[in-house]
Design a protein around this ligand. Structure first.
Ligand code: BEZ
Ligand code: FE
Length: 302
C-alpha cells in the first residue's frame, strides 16, 4: 500500500489514481482541470472494472490508430466512432434541452459540408435525374414564443434515394441534395427534393470492424438533416426521420428522438399546380430556435 507518501513514487497500483489526480489538480485552466481529472478517474475505474489485459490495451491502441489513419478529407472516421457509441447523441441532447419548446437537437454526423449552395425558396436540391418521386418540404422557423423568424438560414443535406450522400457517389453532381435557404418574412422555408433512403454508415474502417464484432447492423433510418441558424439564436442541428423508415427503432447511431419523427406523406397528385399534378411526397416540419450565440461546427469533411 502507498500509505500517506506523497513523494511522487508509486508503491503499487492503488497509488496511481490518487497521484494522477494530484498532478492534474495543478492544471491552470479550471475547466480543463475538471475535464482531465474526471477523464482520468473514469478511465482508471474502467481499466480496474474490466481488468483490462495487455492484449486488450494493445488492441485499443490499434483501434484508435486505425481511426486516425482512416480519416481523409472526404471521410471522418473519428466522428463516426463517436456516433456509433452514442456519445454524439448524448452531447447533442445534454447541450440542447427542450424545456423552452425548442426543437430537439441531433448529432451532426460526418457528412455535413460547409458552404453548400445558397438557394432560392422553392428550389430543387435534387440536381440530377433519379426517376424518384419528388418530395416537397416546408415549414416555419419560430422562436420559443411561436413568433416567426424571418431571415433564418435553413441548411439541409440528405442521402439520395439509394442511400448515398453526394460525396460518396460519383453519379451525383457536387453538392447534390444540399442547400441553404433563407426563411421569408413569415418565417417560412420550402424546397423540393427527393425522398431520402436509409443507408449503412461507412464500414470500411475500424468502426465497421467494431460493428461486425458486436453483431450490430450498420443502418440509419431515412432522414433529412437540418442546421438552422440566425444571429442571436443557438444554431440548431437536427434530423427528421420518416415514421415508416426501416431501422427506425435500431438506428446504429442511437439518433432517433421521438419528437423528430415526421411523416413523409404520399399524394397521388391531382392538384391543379403542374408541379403537384403527379405522384409526390409532402413533408412539413416546423423548427423552433432557442436564444443564444450563433456558432457553427467545424465541417467534418471538406
Ligand atoms: C448521418 O446522418 O449523416 C450520419 C450520422 C452518423 C454516422 C453516419 C452518418
Ligand atoms: Fe444522414
Amino acid at each position: 500500500m502507498n500509505g500517506d507518501h506523497d513523494d511522487g513514487i508509486i508503491d503499487d497500483e492503488s497509488a496511481l489514481t490518487p497521484m494522477v489526480k494530484r498532478v492534474f489538480a495543478s492544471t491552470p485552466d479550471a475547466r480543463l482541470r475538471t475535464l482531465v481529472t474526471a477523464f482520468a478517474e473514469h478511465a482508471h475505474a474502467f481499466v480496474r472494472e474490466v481488468g483490462l489485459t495487455e492484449a486488450e490495451f494493445q488492441a485499443a491502441i490499434e483501434f484508435v490508430e486505425g481511426i486516425g489513419k482512416a480519416n481523409t478529407d472526404t471521410h471522418n472516421e473519428v466522428v463516426l466512432a463517436a456516433d456509433v457509441v452514442g456519445i454524439s447523441t448524448l452531447v447533442a441532447l445534454l447541450n440542447n434541452p427542450t424545456e423552452g419548446g425548442q426543437t430537439a437537437a441531433a448529432l451532426l454526423g460526418p457528412f455535413w459540408r460547409g458552404n453548400s449552395p445558397r438557394c432560392e425558396l422553392g428550389a430543387n436540391i435534387s440536381r440530377h435525374e433519379t426517376g424518384a418521386l419528388p418530395m416537397f418540404v416546408s415549414g416555419y422557423v419560430r422562436d420559443e414564443d411561436g413568433e416567426p423568424l424571418s431571415g433564418a438560414t435553413v441548411d439541409v443535406w440528405q442521402a439520395s434515394p439509394v442511400g448515398l450522400y453526394e460525396n460518396q457517389d460519383p453519379e451525383q453532381p457536387d453538392m447534390n441534395l444540399r442547400g441553404r435557404f433563407t426563411t421569408d418574412a413569415h418565417g417560412r422555408y420550402w424546397f423540393e427534393t427527393v425522398r431520402p433512403a436509409g443507408y449503412p454508415v461507412p464500414t470500411h474502417g475500424p468502426v465497421g470492424a467494431l460493428l461486425r464484432a458486436q453483431g450490430r447492423h450498420p443502418y440509419r433510418p431515412a432522414h433529412l438533416h437540418f442546421m438552422v441558424s440566425r444571429p442571436d439564436y443557438k444554431t440548431l442541428v437536427t434530423q427528421i426521420f420518416a415514421d415508416d423508415a426501416e431501422h427506425l427503432s435500431s438506428d446504429v447511431t442511437f439518433g432517433v428522438v421521438r419528437s423528430c419523427v415526421g411523416h413523409f406523406e404520399y399524394r397521388e397528385g391531382t392538384e391543379a399546380d403542374a408541379r403537384l399534378n403527379r405522384p409526390h411526397y409532402v413533408f412539413s416540419y416546423d423548427l423552433t430556435l432557442h436564444p443564444g450565440v450563433s456558432e457553427f461546427p467545424t465541417p467534418p469533411i471538406k
